[in-house]
Design a binder for this molecule. Sequence first.
Ligand SMILES: Nc1nc2c(ncn2[C@@H]2O[C@H](COP(=O)(O)OP(=O)(O)OP(=O)(O)O)[C@@H](O)[C@H]2O)c(=O)[nH]1
Length: 569
Amino acid sequence: MTEHRLKGGLLLCLSFFTVSLQAYESTLQLHSGWQYRWGDSSFDAQGRPEWALQDNAYGAWHPIDFPSNPPGRDGQTNIWFRTVLPNGNWQDPVIYIYSVDLIVQAYLDGRKIYQYGNFDHNGQGRFEGWPWHMIQLPADFAGKFLYFRVFSDYSDIGLWGEVKLMERLDLIKLILEHSVEQIVVSGFSLLIAGLAFVFALLQAERRSFYYLALFALASALMVFGQSQVRLWLFNAPLFWDHLAATGYFLLPVAMALLFGEWCAGIKYQRLIGALWRFHLVYVVGANILPLVGYSAISRMYFVFDGLFAISLSLLFAVAFSRFRHANNEQKVIIVTFAFFGLLLLLDMAVAHSILPWRRIPLAWGLLSFSLALIAISLHHFVQTQTELKRLNATLEQKVKDRTRELELLATRDPLTNIMNRRAFYQKGEPIFRAALRYKRNLSVIVLDIDHFKRFNDTYGHTVGDQVLVMVADCLRKSCRDSDFAARFGGEEFVLLLEEADSHSALKFAERLREAIAELSLPGIEQTITASLGISCLSPETQSLEKLITKADRALYEAKHNGRNRCCYI
Ligand SMILES: Nc1nc2c(ncn2[C@@H]2O[C@H](COP(=O)(O)OP(=O)(O)OP(=O)(O)O)[C@@H](O)[C@H]2O)c(=O)[nH]1
C-alpha cells in the first residue's frame, strides 16, 4: 500500500515536472509576424466579422513587429491585428496577454473565442481596467489566423507587454512568479504604514510618521493594485486600477511631504509645499472625474506622468543642489529617493513606449526608499525616547529634591535644623501609642535655657541664635538613635526617649545638663545652662501632650528651685 502511494507520488511529481518542462520549452513569444488594419470590420448575417474570414482582401493588412501603436492612427479608435498561430504539442494551450488598450475581442475562423469589455454597434466602448488576459484556444488552432478587434480612445492602442502562447499551468505559475515580489513588497509597505501610523499616534515627531504612513500606504496600494495576482483576490480590474492609480498619484504628495520634513533646512520649502498641494488636488480630481463620467482613470495617467516627471526632476534638482551640505541621514534619503525616482522615470518611459517594453523593478526601488525612511524614523524615535527618558529622570530628580526641601521646611526648625513641634508630634504619637499599649517605658524631657533673654539683651540676637544652635547640636549629639529632640519654640526644647524609665531618663538628663553647662562662646562671659523637667509614661498618662505637660511642670520646679538642674515628676 505504502509502496503504491510512493510510486503514485513519484509519478505525479515526474509528470508535473515533465509537463512543466515540456510546457516551458514550448512557451512561445508571439512578438513578431503580426499584421494590422485600421478601422472596424463589418459583420455578416451570422454575426461573423468579415475581416476575420480569411479569404478577404489580403492587401488591406500591413505587417508590424508587435500588435501595438501602428503608424497612421490619425485619431482612429478601432484597429484589428492578426497573426498565424504556430503548430506544437500542446496540452491545454492559452494565449497570455499582459494588457490591452483598452477593450478587445479575439476571433479564430470568424468564431469569437474571447471578449473583454463591451463593444457598442459602432465598435466603441468604455475603459474597463487593465487586467491581464488568458484566452483559451480550441484544439485545432494550429496554422490558423488569430484576430484581435481592439478599441481605444487612449493614447495607446493595441496589445501591450507580453503576448505568449503557453500552457495554462505555466501561466498560473508565471502569474504567481510575477506577483511574489509585489505581494512581499506591498505586504511590507502595509506593515510599515501600520507601524508608522501607530508611532505617529504615540510620539512627538508625529508629522514625519504620518507622512511615512501615507507614503507606505500609497506604495502598498500602487504595488498590489498593479500586481497580477489581484484578479484572483477580487476580479474587478477597474476597481484595482483605481486603487493603484490613487496610490501612484499619491506618491508625489507623500514624497514631497517627506522630503520637506526630512530635509528641513533645505531651501525651496515653498516649492515643495506647492508640489504636494498640487498633486493632492490631482489625486482628488482623478478619482472624482471618472466617477461623474467625465473621463476615465486610464486618461489620468498620461497627464499625471508628465507632471510627475517634472515634479521628480524638481525634487532631484533641489536634493542634489543641497547634497554636499546634507547630513548623513539626508544623504541616505536623497540617494534612495534618486534610485526610486529613476526607476519611476524608467517605468514611465516604458509605459509611453519611449523605451521598449520591459519589467521595471519598481517594487525594489520603493522598498529601499521605504526601508531608508523607516530606519531613519526609528533612529529618530529612539533618540526622542532616550531624550524624553533623560528629561523625565531629571524632572523626577528635581521633583524629589523639591519635595524633600518642602518636607524639610515643613518639619525642621530653620535656625537649629532639628525637628519642629509639628514633626515631633507626627513622629512621637505612634511611638507614644505603641508604648502605652505594650506597656513600654517612655520618657519626655522638656529643656529650657536659663536666662536666655539676657544673651539677647546683652550680646544681641545673633549671639542668642548662636546659643540656640549650640544647644540644639548638643542635644542631637547626645541622643541615641531611637531618641529625638525638637525645638518647641523660643529657647524651649523637648526630647523623647524610647525605652527609658525614670532612672535612665534622669541619668540622661543630668548628662545633658552637664554637657550644656560646658558650652561656651568666645568673648561671652555669661555661662550657658539649662533647666530640665522629666516625666515618664504611666498608665494614667493618656496622651503625649499630657506627658509633655507633666514634664513642663517638672521644668517649672527646676526653674523655681534655682535653675541649672533636673527635676522629675
Ligand atoms: N535670639 C533669639 N531669641 C529668641 C528666639 N526665640 C525666642 N527668643 C527670645 O528668648 C527669650 C525668652 O525669654 P524668657 O521667656 O523671658 O525666659 P528666659 O530669659 O530664658 O528666662 P528663664 O526661662 O526664666 O530662665 C525672649 O526674649 C525671646 O525674644 C530666637 O529664635 N532667637
